[in-house]
Ligand binder design. Sequence first.
Ligand code: SDX
Length: 430
Amino acid sequence: MADTRTATLIIDGKSYDLPMRSPTAGPDVVDIGKLYAQAGVFTHDPGFTSTSSCDSSITFIDGDKGELLHRGYPIDQLAEKSHFLEVCYLLLYGELPSSTELETFEHTITHHTMIHEQMHNFFRGFRRDAHPMATMVGVVGAMSAFYHDSTDVNDPRQREIASHRLIAKMPTIAAMAYKYSIGQPFVYPRNDIDYAANFLRMCFAVPAEEYKVDPVLARAMDRIFTLHADHEQNASTSTVRLASSSGANPFACIAAGIACLWGPAHGGANQACLEMLREIGSTNRIPEFIERAKDKNDPFRLMGFGHRVYKNFDPRAKVMKQSADEVLDLLGIENNPTLQVAKELERIALEDEYFIEKKLYPNVDFYSGIILDAMGFPTSMFTPIFAVARTVGWVSQWKEMIADPALKIGRPRQLYTGATTRDYVEIENR
Ligand code: SDX
């Protein structure tokens, strides 16, 4: 039933009725689309802390309950019972696939994993010590120079091919960025192993000997991909949506998302968190860092802690913590000092008044780095792995937006605080 409620705004004694809309879950919204035309005022919300930017049916987060749903399915159930490519299908198409649909989808993704051979030269233009995220931004953006037949955003079939190509090729590109950074030859993907195992093999195999992927590590890798797949309108997804609203090609828009994800306040936090845990080094130094995190004059923040939406635990962090215990036990790294520091840091922080009052809990980045480090990845590969996983979220949100007939270019306004009109002054009179 259409919502007939309105919110009344009174400005200088004049009333303006704004339509209200109700979601299937989460807060109601006040539609301010016509406010400027009616009242000549803007709303102002620089960090978008109270702003809904779009209609979406893909992912829902209840920050108070610590709940994350992908097309209605809780993340902890998907992490336990599903696998990454099935979650990709769910995010892209809205429903869990039948066995035939899943088989077809997995075959399609598997047969898009190679990249154009000439792109190998593109990597060689970078310094070996380039951060893999810099390489990924460049190479993914360059995909639009190689895949012309899937850049027309108005053609649904081309949109689908571009989505499949991006999901399929991101692990290959990330693995190549890693291999290039350590001076080892690129390893081609194989069609006879699954997505996560392929990624591990492309990162860690060498031509000199056979490489057998440990199935438990492949399962842990797959789960890490699932836990990072999508997350409502986070900064990088909003970047992809805004870039796409101009009609830019999907490869350029995903490159913009990768660039945004790199920031330490966002996807770069997993690298920053492990480096912080290593800097802390031992549990007896934790109080020193807790005090620094609380000190307003110190820019230091506890990396891997806090979240704009979760004001209770991040359900992904809970699953990640269990996975960290399993993987490290399996690898025989029982008393991993970094994991001990992380667990003690979490315990102390969650008992500290500052973190309780500000509702700061471990987020997805707090434990992920410990698992990736134990698997043999350098910290510089943590955010590229986040980007590989989040690509399906970015392309799913992009597809949802582009298919919306009401699509308009995103063009925010501002609160202007600069100089008002003034005449030019010749240099001799200044
Ligand atoms: C991701 O949006 C998403 O969904 C992102 C993500 C996804 O899947 O896409 O979940 C992935 O980016 C997770 C977040 C990774 N980032 C970090 O771990 C970096 C450390 N965290 C902070 O930078 C911060 O918590 C943010 C950026 C995550 C959230 O910042 P907000 O929502 O803008 O909150 P805020 O900065 O206004 O903080 C509120 C208060 C502040 O104190 P006051 O100014 O009110 O006194 O809490 C304090 C902050 O100083 N605070 C912290 C803190 N995080 C917030 N204090 C110490 N350590 C921290 N980590």
